[in-house]
Design a protein around this ligand. Sequence first.
Ligand code: EPZ
Length: 457
Amino acid sequence: MTDADVLVVHGGTPLEGEIRLRGAKNLVPKAMVAALLGSGPSRLRNVPEIRDVRVVRGLLQLHGVTVENGDEPGELVLDPTRVESANVADIDAHAGSSRIPILFCGPLLHRLGHAFIPGLGGCDIGGRPIDFHFDVLRKFGATIDKRADGQYLEAPQRLRGCKIQLPYPSVGSTEQVLLTAVLAEGVTELSNAAVEPEIEDLICVLQKMGAMISMDTDRTIRITGVDRLDGYTHRAIPDRLEAASWASAALATEGDIYVHGAQQRSMMTFLNTYRRVGGAFEIDDEGIRFWHPGGPLDAIALETDVHPGFQTDWQQPLVVALTQASGLSIVHETVYESRLGFTSALNQMGAHIQLYRECLGGSACRFGQRNFLHSAVVSGPTKLQGADLVIPDLRGGFSYLIAALAAQGTSRVHGISLINRGYENFLAKLQGLGAHIELPERAPGREPAREPVSEPA
Ligand code: EPZ
């Protein structure tokens, strides 16, 4: 790691002040890909300056889409009029550690009749297979040739709508179906779909383009393919995952943070859980204030799940707050098989977290009999001491920032440029909240991203 990737954090100071959210990291790049499907330009607002957006911007430009900054801050104008093939080496170089390239398949098969997908990245929180994606694309009529450098896809004729039952309500696979079915011939019926707020917002984008999409009460989504889609103008929903990260930071540091843009509707399960732990929040029309009301925090039993359950991306930041709660908290991570590995570093700081292979505290899940340490018991409260920390993944990395801020003493957090993938201007936000941090001489996220040489898979 270069020094630019190391942040020195002096802990023990409550975070106090306010931050402003931008559009959701898990919606904006997908809405950008959706612009490929339009016969005219699209305008996307509330776009955050994060690495995942920069990766998709580069990939779209590689394929002949112009992506310009709009009139207002955070606005992009995407013009897909001249979509063209890109060469494999360039696609590979741009894909970086993102998972989004897999969502280019449907739109490129419709526009060009072929697509190339390089090896994908994404946070190292589990196997991150893409078998559902390829099963779905074959059902639409695509052929897939797996080679050493990636997957080569062809659409011998116009893709056709089909009936799909997902083995698990996978967000990415649901997005794959949506982005492919809208221009396929005939009707597509998707059962056991993901229905996260980001999925709903992507459906809003596609409906604005002219797509015919309905969502039933039983997680079934029906899409009637059309021959042509227009561009869209859309303001992305705010990032409920970032909002929860700052809320957890307020709790763990005994602070008080107002999160501009946070919306109750997409955070109801998080808010209930926050209140169960003993956190306080106040909702107004512009955002949500989160604070530690004083006194002990309460240990809880927590199980992650698909929406409207407790979002897996809320889990890691909240676990740091649970190290400060009195008693034994139980965490059952049911979405990813390896999303509790970050807790070993918390134990080095003084936390008492034990991992188990069993499904603890809730119903049996997919990982119960498969030897994955996917349940945790957190005993608190424990005093955290500063330490040297190496960031493992996006949300685990933010959790380490929270732990270092909550700890006594000084921590050195290595690999902080990874946090840039999903948290816009996080260093400036931390400083604005009174965090005692020493910025690296070339703080990531300030200048055009200098992509780190390699990131965790
Ligand atoms: C999206 O990942 C998000 N990423 C993740 O956020 C989020 O945690 C996840 O959805 C669940 O909500 C983006 O939107 C960029 P999945 P995705 O397909 O689409 C299994 C963050 O920190 N699966 O819903 O990759 C998979 O192994 C990131 O913001 C298959 O088995 O998630 C996992 O167990 C982390 N085969 C489960 O489904 C497949 O083909 C959920 O994965 C696809 C998925």
